[in-house]
Design a protein around this ligand. Sequence first.
Ligand code: TXA
Ligand code: MG
Length: 315
Amino acid sequence: MTPDAADIEMAAATLRAGGLVAMPTETVYGLAADATNDRAVARIYEAKGRPSFNPLIVHVADLAMARRFAEFSPLAERLAAQFWPGPLTLVMNRRAESGVSHLVTAGLDTIALRAPAHPVSRALLAALGRPLAAPSANPSGTVSPTTAAHVRDGLGGRVDVILDGGRCVVGLESTIVRVDGDRAVLLRPGGLAREDIERATGAPLVAAAPGAVEAPGMLASHYAPHARLRLDAKRPLLGEAFLAFGPSSGDHPHTLNLSESGDLVEAAANLFAHLRALDAMCDQHGLAGMAAAPIPATGLGEAINDRLARAAAPR
Ligand code: TXA
Ligand code: MG
């Protein structure tokens, strides 16, 4: 199941030729194209059915590659050194002649960079020697994929190669931080907890000004399941599927637990797969909708609550 050296070389050749490769990262699966190839990047938007050209995250092998594309302040250097490879995306001022397609950055003067930790994406980046633009590998607006099967269900024939790297261990998209000199602004909560970043910087993260940043991941309705979702539910109503958290209270049918032991890391890893499975249960059993238990707001709970709120938003 794990891709071998020949699979990686074949995927790299596909990317060099302008193709699309779905690759596992530790956060979610990404739909990757050569970030220096405008036509290849345009195919990402087409495959996802993205309504507009929103900026994409550029994946790099390491800090040395990243420095070719952005101007790192001392604070950005420190964050990258501490958390890369890993679930942290840094938005920085882009270098003018970096070679990255302007379609990737949607014409902005900034660029979002991340070095993923998954061995398969690392091997692919090393084999290719170029940066990879990659949004989550799902049709626009739907729940992000955390297994190769999720990618196949959502994008199937629209991807040239799907690399199966198993289940994503983090399960939530990366945390996005805008670093502007010595200011760090939280643009999207994600797989790296705010507390870990604040411990490293020694200062609280600045909140993003509402409406200041064009971030499609920040659209109110996103990560949307088919069934409607009710939040902060102590227990499900009759005819609802239930997303539980913590020691089970009672015996409800159609329930999946994010973490029986109340572990937020385990809950993050299970979130998207459980939302998909409960959504399918609603279809299959003709249920009225789903309800989700309250989740603590600390650590990865901030990002879990963010994704649940978007999944529940009216659309
Ligand atoms: O974990 C992840 O981040 C996954 C994996 C595949 O790496 N990728 C991901 O990409 O979630 P996507 O395209 O679904 O989300 C990218 C987010 C969007 O909200 C986008 O607006 C923001 O990054 N973004 C990209 N470039 C930006 C920029 N220059 N300024 C502000 N936001 C930016
Ligand atoms: Mg996405």
